[in-house]
Design a protein around this ligand. Structure first.
Ligand code: NAP
Length: 317
């Protein structure tokens, strides 16, 4: 591929957005696979890296992007021409990631996906599906007939959590932060505004919460849960902190439990892969917003402000 150039979003300074540049197509070494990226996701984790606010960061300059999907161009381990998704092993964290037309990735990050899968779906389903599955089944351990409240219920993780909890036999209440999102809460959940969360609005006590927004929304949701109920914490888009009165916390007897896909990825992988088929068939729904790499600023703004509905993906095809 000498002489051929390729676009890449290069992060030069934490706290600034990467610049779109032309560069030579990178070459794969043994143990690495060269992928022609067709789509790559822009997620909160990627923005935390761009901002320099994550526990694992690359040396700069670096290419962000923890998840991508594309075609294998060269590899000792994966057949050329295979449609794959890539993530893990520090990709987009300490290693160069997927925000580029061509990416050289460790062979171990490459997973084949069914031919014909939309690359935007292939690069963006695993985290929200896997996290939602872990939250519902492993952490909140939702039982049929329970009443489950999901915050950020129109977001990527939140909307899938609503759908998976409902399939598990729960009665689901979906909480959103703005009125424009009420109609994006998947059926059959009852949609409620975060500012209007109250025992009356949710019609009684809640057995389990899956919280994807944190901050004051988490504090308010905790107050709705029955004694011995569970709160599975996924994310903190609405705030990294909240204060808790420890006397009230002990009295309430509600467990606050972290959901960490990095430690649970392997245990949910088979279920997440199975649900990709259902997503592709439209039996489960994950909305995707698509942007060209030249529209990164707009894509990031949609995600940062919470205006985005579902996944935000850069289309590199
Ligand atoms: N623990 C894990 O392993 C894990 C895995 C995946 C994701 N996450 C985290 O989970 C969270 C949700 O991820 P996601 O992919 O579902 O994100 P998303 O699709 O962007 O949804 C996040 C939701 O947060 C709400 N929100 C409230 N205040 C916001 C603000 N200031 N800026 C942006 N959004 C705001 C928005 O809903 P409203 O408009 O309804 O308020 C938005 O729909 C993120 O923090 C992500 O990092 C954690």
């Amino acid at each position: 591929m000498s002489g051929v150039t390729s676009r890449a979003l290069i992060l030069e300074h934490f706290g600034e957005l990467p610049r779109l540049v032309e560069r030579p197509v990178p070459a794969a070494s043994p143990g690495q696979t060269l992928v022609r990226m067709l789509a790559t996701q822009v997620a909160h984790l990627d923005l935390n890296v761009v901002d320099g606010k994550f526990g694992i960061l690359p040396d700069l300059p670096a290419v962000p992007g923890t998840n991508g999907a594309g075609i294998v161009l060269a590899s000792d381990s994966h057949p050329e021409g295979t449609l794959v998704r890539v993530n893990g092993k520090g990709l987009g964290l300490r290693l160069d990631g997927c925000w580029a037309d061509h990416a050289v990735v460790p062979d171990a990050t490459v997973i084949a996906v069914p031919e014909g899968t939309d690359p935007a779906l292939a690069c963006s389903f695993f985290t929200p599906v896997g996290t939602a599955w872990a939250a519902v089944y492993s952490v909140a351990a939702v039982q049929p007939g329970e009443r489950v409240l999901v915050t950020g219920a129109a977001g990527a993780v939140g909307s899938l959590t609503v759908q998976i909890a409902a399939r598990a036999g729960a009665e689901v209440i979906g909480v959103v932060g703005r009125a424009s999102k009420l109609s994006h809460v998947p059926a059959p959940a009852k949609a409620v505004l975060a500012t209007e969360m109250s025992p009356e609005a949710v019609a009684g006590q809640i057995d389990a919460v899956v919280d994807t927004v944190g901050g004051p929304v988490l504090r308010d949701a905790l107050g709705l849960v029955r004694p011995r109920g569970r709160v599975a914490l996924v994310g903190y888009t609405a705030g990294r902190e909240f204060t808790v009165d420890l006397a009230d916390f002990l009295l309430a007897d509600v467990s606050l439990l972290p959901v960490n896909l990095m430690t649970r990825g392997k245990e949910v992988a088979a279920d997440a892969e199975r649900l990709l088929t259902e997503l592709a068939a439209g039996e489960l729904n994950l909305p995707i917003e698509r942007y060209g790499p030249d529209r990164l600023t707009e894509a990031v703004e949609r995600l940062r402000t919470g205006a985005a509905v579902g996944r935000v993906v850069l289309d590199l095809a």
